[in-house]
Design a protein around this ligand. Structure first.
Ligand code: GLC
Length: 481
C-alpha cells in the first residue's frame, strides 16, 4: 500500500512535542510492514534547512495557489534515510525558511500551514505519486483533506484520507474571510469549515476525511464531551461513526535503558535493581540533590503548561514535602508562573527539590532512568508518551486516569498488583495526593512488591508494532482491501 503522511513536525528533523515523536516512529513502523511504501512530507523549516546532517536534493519547483496568491514552493527529497521511509520537505523561503523563531506561533500560522497542506497535494500530483492513503495530523494539515475532496479528485480519484487528532485544543481557527482570501475553496465547502461565522480547519478535516482517528481509545470517547472537546463535541459526535482511537507506542529502540547513550549505567528488566540505583545516585548528584538511595525520588519531565496538571502539584507540593521524606525533581519549561513556583520551591527545600527549567533530552533520559516514581497528573491527555518512557525505564507512574494515561496505566491494588501504576479518577489535588501516598507506602513498606511492579512495567510491549497493525487494518478497510 502507498501511504503519504503529512505533518508539521517529525523527529529527528524537527520536534516540539509528542507529535514529533509519533512522526518519527509511526512512518518507520508502517514502512516495516511488507508491501508498504511510505512517504513523509514536512515543512522545510530554517533549522532543518541549516542542519548539515540532513542532505536533500531538489525534485521540482512549482507555484501554490492560495486565494489570490501564487507562492513559490520547492519539493526537496531527503537522501540517506535507511528505514525505508522517503522523507520530503516543502521549501518556501517566505513561509518557513526565513522565519527565525520557533516552528509555531507566527501571526500568519493559518496561512503558512494552509500553504503547506496544499503544497503537499500539488507536489504529489506533480511527481505522480498517487497514494492509496493520505494520513494528516492535527490542525496544521487539516486543510489537506478538504482540498483533496474539493479540488484534487482528478489527480487522486481513489485516494482515501485519514485525519488524526493528537490534541483537540489547537484547531486552526481563523476569521471568516480566511475562507476566500487564503483557502480559496469552492463556496459549497464554506459550511464544512464554519464555526459560528469563523473558519475552523480541524472541523473541515473531520467532516471531509474518510476516517478520523485519535491517539488513544479513551480520548476518542472523551472527545464526545464538552469538557474535553474545546467546542468540537457536536462535530465529533456527528462523526462518531468514523472515529477510532489507536493508542500510540513509543520508539523502543531509542528508549531502551540497555543501550541509551545518555545514561551513566545500563540495565534491563533483569538487572534494573543495580542499574537504576547507579542511575539514581548519578542523577541526584547531577541535579544537586543529596545522594540518598532510600529517599523516594519523584520526577516529572513536562512542558510547564496548565493542562499538565501542575496546579494540582502546586496545591499539594508543600504538604507532601513536609509530611514525606522524599525528593522531587522537575524538568521542563513553559508558563512563567509554574517556572517561578518550582524555582522558589527548590530554594525553600534545597534538600528535597530540584527544578531544571530547561529543555534537555539527555537529562530527560537520565530522569526516566534515575527516578523511582513518575508524576503525570494531566487534566486531559490525548495519549501521553512520557508515562510509557518512564515505565520502560522502570519508573512507576502516578497518573490522572484520563485519555491515554487511563489506557496505558491500568491501576494496581494496595499490594501493587494487577496493574502498572497508581491512578486517581477525579481531577482534584487531594485525590492526587492520596495516590502518591499509596505509591510511597508501597515503596517504603514493601520494597519487594514495588520491585515486582517495576519489573512488570519494564516487561510491557510499548512498541509501535501493534498500533501500526491497527492503522493498517483501518487503511485496508478504507481502501476496500
Ligand atoms: C500530543 C498530545 C499527547 C500525545 C501526542 C502524540 O502532544 O498532547 O498526549 O501523546 O500528541 O500523539
Amino acid at each position: 500500500m502507498k501511504i503519504a503522511i503529512l505533518a508539521s513536525e517529525g523527529a529527528p528533523y524537527v520536534k516540539s512535542g509528542g507529535l514529533g515523536d509519533v512522526m518519527e516512529a509511526l512512518p518507520s513502523a508502517l514502512a516495516r510492514i511488507p508491501g508498504n511504501e511510505v512517504i513523509l512530507i514536512l515543512p522545510y523549516y530554517k533549522k532543518v534547512k541549516e542542519n548539515p546532517a540532513f542532505h536533500t536534493e531538489l525534485v521540482v519547483q512549482y507555484e501554490v495557489t492560495l486565494g489570490w496568491r501564487r507562492q513559490y514552493a520547492g519539493l526537496m527529497k531527503l537522501t540517506g534515510r535507511a528505514d525505508g521511509v522517503q522523507v520530503y520537505f516543502i521549501d518556501s523561503e517566505y513561509y518557513f525558511g526565513a522565519r527565525p523563531g520557533a516552528i509555531y506561533g507566527d501571526m500568519d500560522d493559518g496561512e503558512r500551514f494552509a500553504f503547506f497542506s496544499r503544497a503537499c497535494l500539488d507536489a504529489m500530483a506533480l511527481i505522480r505519486y498517487i497514494p492509496d492513503m493520505i494520513q494528516c495530523n492535527d490542525w496544521q494539515t487539516a486543510a489537506a483533506p478538504v482540498y483533496l475532496q474539493a479540488m484534487y479528485r482528478h489527480h487522486f480519484p481513489n485516494t482515501r484520507c485519514m485525519y488524526t487528532i493528537h490534541n483537540i485544543e489547537y484547531q486552526g481557527w481563523a476569521h471568516g474571510g480566511f475562507f476566500d482570501d487564503v483557502l480559496g475553496l469552492p463556496w459549497e465547502y464554506r459550511g464544512r469549515l464554519d464555526m459560528n461565522g469563523s473558519v475552523n480547519m480541524m472541523k473541515g478535516a473531520i467532516e471531509t476525511c474518510d476516517l478520523v482517528t485519535t491517539v488513544s481509545e479513551t480520548y476518542a470517547r472523551e472527545l464526545m464531551y464538552p469538557y474535553y472537546a474545546h467546542g468540537l463535541d457536536g462535530v465529533i459526535s456527528s462523526a462518531a461513526w468514523k472515529l477510532t482511537g489507536i493508542t500510540n507506542g513509543i520508539d523502543v529502540n531509542t528508549f531502551n535503558p540497555l543501550t541509551d547513550p545518555a545514561l551513566p549505567a545500563h540495565y534491563d528488566a533483569d538487572s534494573f535493581v543495580q542499574g537504576k540505583a547507579a542511575c539514581k545516585a548519578a542523577l541526584q548528584a547531577e541535579v544537586g540533590l543529596p545522594v540518598r538511595p532510600d529517599a523516594p525520588l519523584m520526577v516529572m519531565v513536562t512542558r510547564l503548561a496548565g493542562h499538565k496538571g501542575l496546579d494540582l502539584l502546586c496545591y499539594i507540593a508543600r504538604r507532601l514535602l513536609q509530611e514525606e521524606d522524599c525528593q522531587l525533581l522537575i524538568l521542563g519549561t513553559g508558563e512563567k508562573q509554574f517556572e517561578q513556583f518550582f524555582m522558589d520551591l527548590a530554594e525553600e527545600y534545597p534538600d528535597q527539590v530540584a527544578a531544571k527549567i530547561t529543555f534537555n533530552l539527555g537529562l530527560a533520559a537520565r530522569i526516566y532512568a534515575g527516578g523511582d516514581i513518575y508524576l503525570m497528573p494531566s487534566k486531559s491527555e490525548p495519549c501521553g508518551l512520557s508515562q510509557m518512557n518512564a515505565m520502560r525505564y522502570g519508573t512507576i507512574p502516578v497518573v490522572h486516569a484520563t485519555g491515554g494515561l487511563r489506557d496505558t496505566v491500568p491501576p494496581v491494588d494496595e499490594k501493587g498488583q494487577g496493574g502498572l501504576g497508581f491512578t486517581f479518577q477525579s481531577y482534584n489535588g487531594d485525590d492526587f495526593y492520596a495516590s502518591i501516598k499509596r505509591c510511597l507506602t508501597l515503596y517504603n513498606k514493601d520494597r519487594d512488591a514495588f520491585r515486582a511492579l517495576q519489573h512488570r512495567d519494564m516487561c510491557q510491549d510499548f512498541s509501535w508494532n501493534k498500533p501500526a497493525q491497527r492503522y493498517m487494518e483501518l487503511f485496508r478497510r478504507m481502501c476496500g482491501q
